[in-house]
Design a protein around this ligand. Sequence first.
Ligand code: 6R9
Length: 675
Amino acid sequence: MGQSESIREALNFEERITLDNWVHRQVSISDYHSFHRESLERFEEFWAGVARELEWFKNFEKVVERGDYPNVYKWFVGGRLNLSYLCLDRHVKSWRKNKVALIWEGEPVKDDGEPLETKIFTYYDLWRYVNRVAYVMKEKLHLKRGDRVAFYMPMIPELPILMLAASRIGVVFTQVFSGFSAEALASRISDLGARYVFTTDGYYRRGKIVRTKEIADKAVVECPTVEKIILVRRVGNTETPVNPERHVYLDDLLKDVKPNTYVKPEEMESTDILYVLYTSGTTGKPKGIIHDTGGYAVLLHATMKWVFDIRDEDIYWCTADIGWVTGHSYIVYGPLMAGATVVMYEGAPDYPAPDRWWSIIERYGVTIFYTSPTAVRAFMRLGTEHVTKHDLSTLRLIHSVGEPINPAAWRWLFELIGGGRCPVGSTWWMTETGGILISHAPGLKLVPLKAGTNGPPLPGIEAEVVDENGKPVPNGVKGYLIIKRPWPGMPGPPTGMYGDPERYNSVYFSRFGYFFTGDYAIRDSDGYIWVLGRSDEVLKVAGHRIGTYELESALVSHPYVAEAAVCGVPDDVKGEVPIAYVVLKADAPSSAKIVQDELRKWVRERIGAIAEPKSIFIVSRLPKTRSGKIMRRIMKALATGQPIGDITTLEDEAAVEEVKSAYETLLKEISGKSG
Ligand code: 6R9
């Protein structure tokens, strides 16, 4: 595989930015590499050492062993622990008892622009609330260890509280992003077999109320396992009536539960499921990734120290939504285990004005800021004055996540937000990895920071960049990123993917025999990894993961649509956005606009607003090879006005003439017809 433009750009990026002030120059990268090598040579000893820093009810007997299905591993076997205990009880027994654990800010503002609501919970407050909710779950909802529930919760304090309460009593949960549709919610509830759905009467987003209850009501119609919907009061009323057979308010359930209620944390096996999180792949059905208890806790504990260099005086803010893995790991479990003070914000970044985020940093004196390139690019368009009117001098460390960070966004974070003082990293990981695996590690003081790269693999993590035959590629050459050894935090027992061990094994391990991330990457001469983006049909739209197949399935389920093909095209702000090509059935309306509007609405309802295609092209046939493979490169070229380029290296099976004629026909058809 040769070097593409994007790699060359990536490498130049590294050369262009030379910043001395924040590079730990006292060490060389070779010091890190020897440390890293040692962590792999003494792999089990190394991870055991990290794990012993946590508090276990019962010590583990074995660091790692094979599970019952191929490529499923059991970490810290025999060990018992509880995440709610590690996040709360441990601190409540220490001087941190009255330390602030959570600072929450709601979206609505007063007339003067100041936030209408701020809630502050100390570790003790949080512990008390979680105990009462755990009591309700156990005694009133009769949930027991191993039962499953679904959360369809927005960014309010009750979300982490529900997560911690479930973890306390060993109830497995899945949190479904509050921007997802009823259909997406229903498929996750049914796959998990959830007994209850916890949601709100609504929440605030960009000045409007989003009615989550109504969406949940619609979802549970097709979910026979659901006994009740538990409503957390947020906006104070519902649009549709509350039906006592179906709904119950959490605050009503809590009314007679004493403030000093204590629910003993279950002694969970390290290998027990903590949660299941659904994520997109290359086929239609979302994958339920299982995270275990012990391995996950150990990876988060380690990365809070190594990557975030977390200290007791830090005010830590991760801007993700808890609906995605970043929020699970780095808003809830990671920072609370570390005893940090966590900032959480309910609403839109630019509501009511484009300085909302920067005002939050100033208001609470945030020291560690974890955000996404998409957000940065959106702010870059709004001008610098919204930033510079706030004092951001408390910041000391910045990381980004979700997609590769482009030079301009990196520089903006470094210069404008960090004032040239703060290291700016790009932490690589995915839903499946549970926590960060490739990153600069300011907390280790061993990794010289280099702008724009992800960094070297963390200690105890063996990553490699390989060609299509699984052979390591030379430095500087693009290849596929694989993880060669099991790691704590990897998809957990019993089956890696909920209910589907075969799919788990085939999706991740069949191609190379090692865990395949799906990403393209290069490794530079210093051993730093630069992840370049997905090599498969998974899109990252504003950092959110969406499968093209998921979108295609949604489109073809519409009565107008005979065939659909979706691909991602570059977008200045969102990184990437989907576009769709559809072939219509004969009886579809003849007005392209009516069809396009209808299909847009349909996708919003089926998946969610984030999946809405930027353009929908109505065509007479799709650009496919004879064997039926959709030629996405042609689709991309057409949509972006690029020449198709070198078609000899296109899809393996595509005949050149076929490709050319498909291109030309489509070009004619779509000119002037986009929607
Ligand atoms: C945490 C998260 C995973 C995919 C991953 C990759 C991309 C994430 C990145 C990055 C370059 C980074 N990705 N972080 N690419 N640099 N720092 O985003 O999980 O939603 O499962 O997505 O995101 O393509 O494969 P998830």
